[in-house]
Ligand binder design. Sequence first.
Ligand code: HXC
Ligand code: NAP
Length: 262
Amino acid sequence: MKGIFQPDLLVGRVALVTGGGTGLGLETATLLASLGAHVVIAGRRTEVAQEAAESIVGQGHRASALQVDVRDYPQVEGAIARIVQEQGGLDILINNAAGNFRCNTEELTPNGWRTIIDIDLNGTFNCSHAAFEALSKSKHVGRIVSIITSYAWSGWPGCAPAASAKAGIQSLMRTLAVEWGNRNILCNTVAPGAIGDTEGARRIHEDAGRGAHELSRVPVGRFGSRADIAAAVTYLVSDAGRYVNGTDLVVDGGRQFCFGTA
Ligand code: HXC
Ligand code: NAP
């Protein structure tokens, strides 16, 4: 996707990507950095975040890593304070960190439910809330992009906690779009469909033997690529997205309109 965007598109911006050490988060972090942003990669596993940052730096761009569990508000607050101190501010927050597994609801334990709600929904609240002040001071108009899925509004048999958490995130982003629209922060979501070669798709589709079934329900006839999602996020955080607030950018090849068994 480099080459599609102006190479200096995000020069001067500081971006925090939660879960930026792997999958869609890493692809997004790499693209933002290649367009001039300083990207901070946050995740629970220090070595994964560190390795990701080093790979971006190795490509000639700016990145650093922080160990953060998004469920832990004081940790999130501390991480954002450190970013502001070291980088001079924060312009972009990508709420990408998530957990998910396939489990029929009657077999789910209360702690299984709580774990996913805690990572996805509470983690998104924690990061957005802790980043408010810094984002509101951005010279480039602060941006929050939260990664959800169209299953947030269709429901998601076998993944009730993730569906519910993502629906909550969607509602939170719409609410903050209104509360914070006049506080210099734009809030939106990106809703990927099934993206090939990611941990999410492996867990939810491939491991359950549903890969071919899923593919048959994608009108454009292919799974998405990580680059498709990184490009959508980049549009929203760039000047091109400066009047976009409170919306969902669905990047799923038309999958959301193929109704039937999920
Ligand atoms: C049922 C499960 C389970 C499973 C865990 N639990 N895995 N229940 N089926 N497969 C239950 C446990 O039994 C426990 O409940 C509770 O969940 C917490 O488990 P822990 O392992 O202690 O949690 P933790 O260490 O915090 O790890 C969180 C995690 C883990 C979500 C369980 O898998 C993780 O860290 N995931 C991050 C990576 C990930 O999930 N990637 C996909 C994200 S994106 P009890 O009651 O026993 O204590 C995505 C979108 C896909 O999925 C979209 C596809 C199209
Ligand atoms: P992934 O590779 O498993 O990424 C999840 C990331 O979140 C990991 O880097 C993980 O790092 C981090 N993370 C998990 N729990 C965390 C916590 N408590 N605190 C901080 N970081 C945490 O998954 P992916 O497939 O790329 O998915 C990325 C995003 O896209 C998710 O929001 C997902 O729901 C969404 N999505 C994906 C697809 C798809 O097809 N892949 C489709 C729709 C939506 P650590 O383990 O080091 O913490």
